[in-house]
Design a protein around this ligand. Structure first.
Ligand code: FNR
Length: 390
């Protein structure tokens, strides 16, 4: 058989490209989950257990995936989830993804742990990006970050609540991508790996600022990357409670999305502190192994929240049909994490843009074949029988 250089189409095509391109420790950082990776697997596998009905003889000549989330118009109900260190996976990776998202008319969320700064990205796009925040012990540093976000036109904050501590990610541990909280053996190697001369050269990072862009300036008297890393490790605040979000709500004038809620009680608490939206998420199976898939938790949360806030979901969404299923189960929108970072690593800005186009085409096709023409027609009626059938 001749071998063809096939164009990447699906998420898994981009995953393969990323695997070819990235050094092991970076590919594993994206690809892995925590512990035995059971929750990560469930996130994907549970989508395969949701059945759809084929409907015929409906006029589906024109369908629209257009939607408005938190008052913002977008081409489809998909958002790029915050992914830390994207700028290590592709040259100026955050900028590339933000540009692709803008072109596809969907929101891009910059992680607290991004390599590129808010200023750098803002200079490369016309529409404001979204910013994701982890709470830092130094609340004045949080205020500085939020001001920086506002100064750069950002009007939507994604506050992530499911990382009281990082999960036990064994692939990272094996590779030396660890922090202060992990057992002794490999401590301290992470930042050395991230600056390996060979990798800096390969990805074209030579001469480019790296490290964690938005946090870098907050570190008092840094001498080296490990000073920055120690500061970040010390700053992650496991004592955060809903009270702190009340404080955040008071000082943040824009929209507030709470990301990482899985239980109905927590969803209610998020609504009570004034969240405009929440994301049903287990952090892509990177935190507590044994937690249910996020899609399984979505229906109860969506029912409990009703119209008090918008409900989104992420985890395991790999194509447009998965998006369709998530909407049928009560989500107003979805976030994708690994799909876009694989595409960025494998094929840069063009890859992220192309992948988003494929998601849209798949979502439109699913709608047409299920006999619906707009997103508001997608509800439980499109599902076949018992939802999570074996
Ligand atoms: C993440 N995620 C994440 N979330 C967040 O709030 N801040 C962050 O910095 C990161 N960093 C991060 C890095 C990598 C490599 C991955 C894979 C994920 C979680 C992310 O936003 C999202 O919740 C999941 O990725 C969704 O699951 P899928 O789409 O990857 O299956």
């Amino acid at each position: 058989m001749p071998t063809y250089n096939l164009a990447p189409v699906t998420t898994l095509d981009y995953r393969r490209l990323a695997e070819r391109r990235l050094p092991r420790f970076l590919f594993d950082y994206i690809d892995g989950g925590c512990n035995q990776e059971q929750t990560m697997a469930a996130n994907c596998n549970d989508f395969a257990r949701i059945g759809l009905k084929q409907r015929v003889m409906v006029n589906v000549e024109s369908v629209s995936t257009q939607t408005t989330l938190l008052g913002q118009d977008m081409s489809m109900p998909i958002m790029l989830a915050p992914v830390g260190m994207a700028g290590m996976m592709a040259r100026r990776g955050e900028v590339q993804a933000a540009r692709a998202a803008e072109k596809a008319r969907v929101p891009y969320t910059l992680s607290t742990m991004g390599v590129c700064t808010l200023e750098e990205i803002n200079a490369q796009v016309d529409k404001p990006i979204w910013f994701q925040l982890y709470m830092l012990r130094d609340r004045s540093a949080v205020e500085t970050l939020l001001k920086k976000a506002l100064d750069n036109g950002c009007n939507t904050l994604v506050f992530t609540v499911d990382l009281a501590v990082p999960g036990a990610r064994h692939r990272d541990y094996r590779n030396g991508m660890v922090g202060k909280v992990t057992p002794k053996v490999a401590v301290g190697k992470a930042w050395q790996l991230l600056t390996r001369p060979q990798w800096v050269y390969n990805v074209g990072l030579k001469g480019q600022p790296h490290g964690i862009g938005n946090l870098r300036e907050l570190v008092p008297n840094p001498n080296s990357l490990s000073d920055t890393k120690d500061w970040i490790d010390d700053q992650f605040d496991p004592s955060v409670t809903w009270k702190d979000i009340e404080w955040l709500r008071k000082i943040w004038p824009g929209k507030l999305i709470i990301k990482g809620v899985m239980e109905v009680d927590d969803a209610r608490a998020a609504v009570d502190v004034g969240a405009d939206a929440l994301v049903v998420s287990n952090h892509g199976g990177r935190q507590l192994d044994g937690v249910a898939s996020s899609i399984r938790k979505l229906p109860d949360v969506a029912r409990a929240v009703g119209s008090q806030a918008e409900v989104y979901v992420d985890g395991g969404i790999r194509d447009g049909v998965d998006v369709f299923k998530a909407l049928a189960l009560g989500a107003k929108g979805v976030m994708i994490g690994r799909p876009w970072i694989w595409a960025a690593a494998g094929a840069g800005e063009q890859g992220v843009y192309d992948l988003l186009q494929v998601f849209q085409w798949e979502l439109e096709t699913a709608m047409k074949l299920a006999g619906v023409v707009s997103l508001d027609q997608i509800n439980a009626d499109v599902l076949d029988g018992e939802v999570f059938r074996a």
